[in-house]
Design a protein around this ligand. Structure first.
Ligand code: MG
Length: 318
């Protein structure tokens, strides 16, 4: 999850509050002036003048208002690069042979988390460019399916991991944060690709992770893993626009997510919606009505607020 902090004066905070007025939440964190949720980002403004942005697009949201000061605890006094850490990719990254990784499904109530890692050297780069690989967010679902099928059938070296909902909910109940689950999956998928490359005696120049946590946080997530990949690992937000390996990984991960959503939908004979909005609450309420609350455990990330909202909806509609 992204994280950014700004220091603002009172008049700026009032301006922000007005800007987010249709997104204000009625909950108030201790010492806060307002809490708002814009898209996937939560904005908390404190009386001290600190404004905290949390969520997938935290940095971009914060950048609308000023220069981001700090992105994680433990920052050093010396100035840092724009990324806020020292593991940013080298400038010539697009020319290098890279293993890229990305995940899908973390913000979706229904469905699993899927993580893919893909190797992209000079040959693959040509092929990926030819078939039109780019940021999966800019592609329609049918385009993603078509591209992913082509990628998978072309001897592309990749690894795809799916964390199903039951396993996810078990881990969550054991105290795993979603970040930790993601970290472990990225590390494993990258490890698989490295072994495949070794089998084929192919080399690579580095690894690029679509950044979801600061590097030190990421490494804390994987600290208990047998194999911890740390050599030439670069972190970059929106990494799919820095290297085609990450763009391809996001396409394969999204394809797998879409497939899983189709299968889950089939098992209960209803179309499960993506995301975590009010249509998702309604769908979850319908699942509870038709199959009981337990059914959600194998379909959804049950710790999301949608579960509570769905139960509340059930209370309202007998
Ligand atoms: Mg990502």
């Amino acid at each position: 999850m992204g994280h950014a902090v700004l220091k603002m004066d009172q008049s700026q905070i009032l301006k922000m509050k007005a800007f987010y007025k249709s997104h204000l939440l009625d909950k108030n964190a201790p010492g806060s002036l307002f809490v708002a949720k814009s898209g996937s980002t939560t904005i908390t403004a404190y009386k001290s003048g600190k404004v905290l942005f949390q969520g997938k697009t935290a940095e971009a949201e914060a950048a609308k208002w000023g220069t981001v000061q700090a992105t994680a605890k433990g920052r050093s006094k010396k100035s840092r690069s724009v990324s806020g850490h020292n593991n940013a990719p080298p400038k010539n990254i697009s020319e290098l042979a890279i293993i890229g990784s990305d995940e899908v499904g973390t913000g979706d109530y229904f469905g699993p988390i899927t993580v893919a890692a893909v190797f992209c050297g000079p040959q693959e780069k040509e092929m990926f460019t030819q078939i039109g690989v780019r940021d999966s967010k800019a592609l329609t679902d049918p385009q993603i399916v078509r591209m992913a099928k082509t990628l998978i059938s072309h001897d592309v070296i990749y690894s795809l991991l799916t964390l199903n909902n039951e396993k996810y909910n078990d881990l969550q109940a054991k105290g795993f944060s979603q970040g930790k689950m993601k970290g472990i999956l990225h590390n494993q998928a990258i490890g698989h690709v490295i072994s495949k490359l070794e089998d084929q005696q192919k080399g690579y120049d580095g690894i690029l992770i679509d950044q979801f946590a600061m590097p030190n946080v990421y490494y804390s997530y994987i600290k208990d893993e047998k194999q911890q990949i740390k050599d030439r690992v670069y972190f970059q937000t929106k990494a799919e626009s820095y290297h085609l390996s990450v763009a391809a990984a996001s396409i394969i991960a999204r394809y797998a997510f879409l497939n899983e959503m189709d299968q889950l939908s089939d098992t209960i004979s209803m179309r499960l919606p993506k995301g975590a909005g009010s249509n998702v609450d309604a769908a979850a309420a319908k699942v509870i009505r038709d199959h009981g609350e337990k059914a959600l455990y194998s379909l959804a990330k049950v710790h999301f607020a949608n579960t509570k909202k769905a139960k509340r909806l059930r209370g309202q509609t007998p």
